[in-house]
Design a protein around this ligand. Structure first.
Ligand code: HEM
Ligand SMILES: CC(C)=CCC/C(C)=C/CC/C(C)=C/COP(=O)(O)OP(=O)(O)O
Length: 304
């Protein structure tokens, strides 16, 4: 790996330094987080947003992006030691010594401050406080307290990952309303099958790092059953936007097809485990959430 050849901070070029900091923000996870927040924003306004709403939505996306990136960077700094013990994360610039914890802390503080300023100046105070609360939920409550303490860490901690649609909704309406809470519940119930599918084939990493993830504490079979059961509850929750009258048939068909598809993956994983199938189930979880939220949007515009 070329990054392991880096010997001191002095001989690191700016682009590669920038890439190291960027990596701390867990870019792909944060992209999906911002995507879900944007869908929340667009669903919160009837029809096409006005110019003023469009500007607010762009500002809110930037602000949420910056604070979410800050939360991810803070997680990297807290987990420097843990990350260095896991194959999947040992490459992270904090774990391999390319960036110090102080650099990560300053970077996280700068991103969080910038994001906070964007949110309070261009969006509203409610979105600022909810986003900062989400930062604390992930960076402190999940990372520092729950993750090393209980196999239910990701279930409880998942509440902060589930916040993006609420943040998006609050940005456009200045309030938290039932529609946003339904979308939050969907991501909340999606998180356990998403994460545990990955934890199944990364169990050795987590055991080596000393983290009490469900496959480490309760075994492979127990976790597979839980992944399967959560896909049932998730499918039920994805029907709520239709039942509540917020979405119509395009969404309903998409939610049922995607939900059943996820259940088929989870069922096969439960009955006949392989690392390969667990990896595919994890990858599908990401596609599932992306397509489900895209369907909400398509449905919204078709009916308005
Ligand atoms: C507490 C809640 C969550 C936990 C514990 C969790 C855990 C993880 C882990 C460990 C990975 C790394 C996979 C790898 O390195 O190969 C991952 C990847 C990913 N997660 Fe999650 N996740 C959570 C919530 C979310 C949320 C809320 C979203 C988006 C809305 C999300 C989207 C993604 C995406 C897009 C990836 C793929 C990243 C890549 O391909 O590099 N996750 N998740
Ligand atoms: C302000 C705002 C919207 C914040 C969002 C918080 C956030 C970044 C949530 C995503 C959850 C996430 C990256 C989990 C990874 O789990 P992990 O940290 O256990 O994974 P790891 O083992 O890869 O470090």
């Amino acid at each position: 790996m070329s990054s392991s050849m880096v010997s001191s901070s002095a001989d690191v070029s700016l682009p590669s330094r920038a890439r190291q900091f960027y990596a701390l923000t867990k870019p792909r996870v944060v992209q999906l987080i911002v995507f879900c927040a944007v869908i929340g924003m667009l669903l919160a306004v009837p029809g096409v947003p006005t110019a003023e709403e469009g500007v607010r939505a762009v500002a809110a996306s930037i602000g949420i992006w910056l604070v979410a990136g800050a939360a991810a960077a803070f997680n990297c700094l807290i987990e420097q030691e843990i990350d260095s013990r896991m194959k999947r994360t040992a490459w992270r610039p904090t774990a391999n010594g390319e960036l110090t914890r102080t650099q990560a802390l300053i970077f996280s503080a700068v991103l969080c401050t910038l994001g906070g300023v964007v949110l309070v100046v261009f969006v509203n105070a409610l979105t600022l406080w909810l986003t900062l609360g989400t930062f604390v939920g992930y960076a402190i409550i999940y990372t520092v307290i729950l993750k090393p303490a209980t196999p239910q860490n990701i279930v409880i901690g998942g509440a902060s990952g589930a916040m993006p649609p609420v943040l998006g909704w609050a940005a456009m309406r200045g309030a938290v309303e039932p529609e946003a809470l339904m979308l939050c519940l969907i991501i909340f119930l999606w998180t356990p099958p998403h994460f545990w599918a990955l934890a199944l084939y990364r169990v050795e990493d987590y055991a080596r790092a000393g983290l009490p993830m469900l496959p480490v504490t309760h075994g492979n079979k127990f976790t597979r059953l839980h992944v399967f059961l959560y896909t049932w509850v998730l499918l039920a929750a994805t029907l709520l936007p239709y039942i509540y009258g917020m979405s119509r048939h395009i969404y309903l068909v998409s939610a049922v097809v995607l939900g059943l598809w996820f259940m088929v993956y989870a069922f096969r994983l439960w009955r006949h485990y392989s690392d390969e199938l667990a990896r595919k189930t994890f990858r599908f979880s990401i596609l599932h959430l992306m397509l489900l939220f895209a369907a909400l949007l398509v449905d919204h515009y078709v009916w308005y």
